[in-house]
Design a protein around this ligand. Sequence first.
Ligand SMILES: C[S@@+](CC[C@H](N)C(=O)[O-])C[C@H]1O[C@@H](n2cnc3c(N)ncnc32)[C@H](O)[C@@H]1O
Length: 244
Amino acid sequence: MNKEIWFESWFDTNFYHELYKNRDEDEANIFIENLINKLELDPCSEVLDLACGKGRHALKMSNYFQKVTGIDLSKNSINIAKKFNKENLKFLTGDMRNFSLNKKFDFIFNLFTSFGYFENFNDNSLVLDNCNKHLKKNGLIVIDYLNPEKVINNLVKNEIKIVNKTKYTISRKIENNFIIKDIYINQKNKEKHFYEKVQLINLKMFSEILKKSNFTINKTFGNYNLEEYNENSNRLIITALKNN
Ligand SMILES: C[S@@+](CC[C@H](N)C(=O)[O-])C[C@H]1O[C@@H](n2cnc3c(N)ncnc32)[C@H](O)[C@@H]1O
């Protein structure tokens, strides 16, 4: 596995989906419903779920918004998402840094830590610039990220999980401001190794890169019930408006 582009291989495996299977449609339904209500989002909107995975949030969005597009790098995830087969719901493969669609959206969602994967910090700005380019005037981006302070203060260094008879031995460390997860998988006595590496981008850093890409943060939340963000919150959820 190429460690620099770990996200191309790991997210495309069934192991990833198994390990994170508690991150399910129920969780997505609650979060999207709360966002719609709290932010009073207009149902007559076209929205993009960027790095949509198997489309659990996009599906919920499609019950409310006029048109929903989901984009993800993982072909396997997109193939699964396409099975929802709804008229107002479309899925495409693409890289968040350089996808190019001939349309602009009212809202772009980037959910469940689908950011901060790149070795080169400037790649994060490619993502945000590309989001800006795909947003209408007064468009809004919602980023649901890990809370770096909470990760640092509560690091579980070693963990073993058994999911469907498969053993996942996970070790975590912080290095150069990235949280690095080594995941050793033992299935039928065969060992596989995967890797997750996510940058610990805090609110101040987000505020700087968002500003650079012509966005202004307007709200922050700390969990999927959209309670206040603080250093102990489970999540760092940011909404930012495109500057016109
Ligand atoms: C943690 S998962 C979250 C998936 C989905 N948002 C969810 O909540 O179920 C991160 C997703 O980002 C996608 N991804 C990783 N790098 C990407 C890139 N460069 N461009 C687009 N998607 C990417 C992965 O394939 C994966 O589906």
